[in-house]
Design a protein around this ligand. Structure first.
Ligand code: PEP
Ligand code: CO
Length: 451
């Protein structure tokens, strides 16, 4: 299908186009009934907030702010606890403080949270001991348990996802407004990390400098203890817009502007497996007013980026389109320069973000799917180097992490080895950095930013 045959956009017009990675729902009527239920439920975020994030991302594009996006590869129904949400927020806030200091810029904090329940998969089925079943596609679709009933897509899970997203959102709003995000408190956690672990000690200097900066502010008469700037943070939500029925059901018309917004999250992205220019996902994303992102793997070309921008951001609005490169450390130095240069030379307004996770996944000898901290760091380093060389702004990081002390990624100062992976490997999908590795990455990036 060519751009000329593309249907006029409505929240449901994607249905006329090929949609990759959609589950094989056994009962289409039950699916539509579940989507009707969601359609009748309140939005999870509001149009005004979505527009505010777009403005923040425009600042990122202009080099005046830095984007930190992170969270689970896949949220699960079983892992839904207040503590888990708190700890995820905590590590993101800790990282943000360190990055704010390193970049000398405000950090825009976006969670992969409150809706990250669906996964694209490379294989439609999974075989264990001769039994072949549909692959696990995230808790919004089926269960990770390996039996036929559990793996059958169940549309009630979409409704469950909505409710969990709503409860998560509620807690996030409380945490970010109710004192949990207090700058001094977050800084204190970082100091604890520095003091309590050998891997943290390396970063004592940065922690001390932040401490001195706070003392300086106090000495200048800034009321660090009571000024709301230091007590609350803006925190935004995001997920991959994969299950288009769910996204459609939460796409609402803004009464103020008449524009359509996907109110399932502030920002949604199109994944590397669904970014077909003429496919349903890019088409759906083209009509919503949210800031949108697209994942680009090592095969992406400047021409493709240009075509994506033509569809997703024809008016070249700053902050509307984020390109997330996830090319893998081994390809980064080769593929990033022509891509970034090509986009720059075409005058396309984009935020560049680096996902150093998805291009660096491999299966360890133990059989666990993992990533090495050194590869993650190498891709981040290449991203910053190439942008410095091309005169473009390295706008942000997109990280899979958790607030818990899991053992899913190798290396880091904790030196997690293959034999350690089985200790606490809890991810339902891809391996995540644990809280220490996340913070360590932030300190290393902070050092990089300071040259
Ligand atoms: C993801 O972000 O979890 C993901 C599947 O990424 P990608 O589309 O880049 O492979
Ligand atoms: Co992932």
């Amino acid at each position: 299908m060519t751009a000329l045959d593309t249907p006029a956009w409505t929240p449901s017009s994607w249905r006329e186009l090929p949609a990759a990675q959609q589950p094989d729902w056994p009962d289409p009527a039950a699916l539509e009934a579940a989507l009707d239920q969601i359609r009748a439920l309140p939005p999870l975020v509001f149009a005004g907030e979505i527009r505010a994030l777009r403005e923040r991302l425009a600042q990122v594009q202009a080099g005046q702010a830095f984007l930190l996006q992170g969270g689970d590869c896949a949220e699960t129904f079983g892992g839904f606890t207040a503590d888990a949400i708190r700890d995820k927020l905590k590590v993101l806030l800790q990282m943000a403080v360190v990055l704010t200091y390193g970049a000398e810029l405000p950090v825009i904090k976006v969670g992969r949270i409150a809706g990250q329940f669906a996964k694209p998969r490379s294989k439609a089925t999974e075989s264990i001991d001769g039994t072949e079943l549909p692959t696990y596609r995230g808790d919004a679709v089926n269960s990770i348990d390996f039996d036929a009933l559990a793996r059958t897509p169940d549309p009630d899970r979409l409704v469950h996802s909505y409710h969990q997203a709503a409860a998560t959102m509620n807690l996030l709003r409380a945490f970010t407004r109710g004192g949990f995000a207090d700058l001094q408190r977050v800084h204190q956690w970082n100091q604890e990390f520095v003091a309590s672990s050998p891997q943290g000690r390396r970063y004592a200097r940065i922690a001390e400098e932040i401490d001195r900066a706070l003392s300086f502010l106090r000495a200048c008469g800034v009321d660090v203890d009571n000024d709301p700037t230091f007590h609350t943070v803006d925190f935004w939500t995001s997920h991959e817009a994969l299950l288009l029925g769910y996204e459609e059901a939460l796409t609402r018309q803004d009464s103020l502007t008449g524009d359509w917004y996907d109110t399932s999250a502030h920002l949604v992205w199109v994944g590397a497996r669904t970014r077909d220019l003429d496919g349903a996902h890019v088409h759906f994303a083209s009509g919503i007013g949210n800031p949108v992102a697209v994942k680009l793997d090592h095969r992406a070309t400047p021409e493709e980026a240009e075509a994506l921008a033509a569809r997703l951001n024809p008016d070249n609005v700053p902050g509307r389109l984020t390109l997330i490169t996830r090319v893998g450390a081994e390809h980064a130095e080769e593929v990033l320069p022509p891509l970034i240069r090509g986009v720059r030379d075409r005058g396309l307004n984009v935020v560049w973000s680096c996902d150093p996770m998805h291009g660096n996944t491999f299966t360890a000898e133990s059989g666990y799917k993992t990533r090495h901290f050194s590869d993650v760091l190498a891709e981040v380093r290449a991203f910053f180097d190439v942008h410095a060389h091309e005169g473009t702004f390295p706008g942000g990081l997109h990280i899979e992490l958790t607030g818990e002390d899991v053992t899913e990624c190798l290396g880091g100062a904790q030196e997690i080895a293959d034999l350690d992976l089985s200790d606490r490997y809890e991810s339902a999908c891809d391996p995540r950095l644990n809280n220490k590795q996340g913070l360590e990455l932030a300190f290393l990036v902070s050092e990089m930013l300071q040259g």
